[in-house]
Design a protein around this ligand. Structure first.
Ligand code: SF4
Ligand code: SF4
Length: 155
């Protein structure tokens, strides 16, 4: 089982190509807010960017918090999503320790990375990769990988 890993965020230029690819190809939406991976400035004195996306918890607190089974444990970490079961209570987002679940304000539906890897080839600087679950999981204070943004040197 593979998981998405933002392992080279020091190369990120904040182009949001990954988010747009996810929103359009996976979630069939145009807003990059509805993507399973969202990019933002690292803040402070840093000029870099960080990726906020699922870190593939195993067990996943969001799945445990879901009362309907709309979010269920994915083998290897993270969650599977059955949109038809979602009652839009928001429990999943509250339970996520890295704020990786986005609740759309219009329809109150949760959006999360499903580790499909569709975003990976759209990154012009190869910041993202699919890694084996056992090797790829990392611990983060919030989201995945923060880069300085200084190394934009290709793939
Ligand atoms: S909002 Fe949907 S997916 Fe999230 S906990 Fe509630 S029912 Fe489950
Ligand atoms: S969405 Fe959040 S709580 Fe759920 S598996 Fe991913 S990081 Fe963990």
């Amino acid at each position: 089982m593979k998981i998405l890993r933002a392992s080279r965020m020091e190369r990120c230029i904040g182009c949001h190509s990954c988010s747009l690819a996810c929103a359009r190809l996976v979630h069939k939406r145009l807003s990059w807010n509805t993507a399973g991976i969202r990019i933002s400035s690292a803040g402070g004195l840093s000029t870099g960017f960080e990726a906020r996306t699922c870190v593939a918890c195993n067990p996943a607190p969001c799945a445990t918090a879901c009362p309907t089974g709309a979010f269920s444990q994915r083998k290897g970490g993270g969650v599977k999503v059955d949109r038809s079961l979602c009652i839009r209570c928001g429990n999943c987002a509250e339970a996520c320790p890295v704020e990786a679940i986005y609740i759309d304000p219009e329809e109150s539906f949760p959006y999360v990375c499903i580790h499909c890897g569709r975003c990976v080839p759209f990154c012009p600087h190869a910041c993202l990769e699919l890694a084996d679950a056992d090797e790829g999981r990392q611990e983060y204070g919030g989201g995945q990988g923060t880069g300085t943004g200084r190394d934009h040197g290709g793939q």
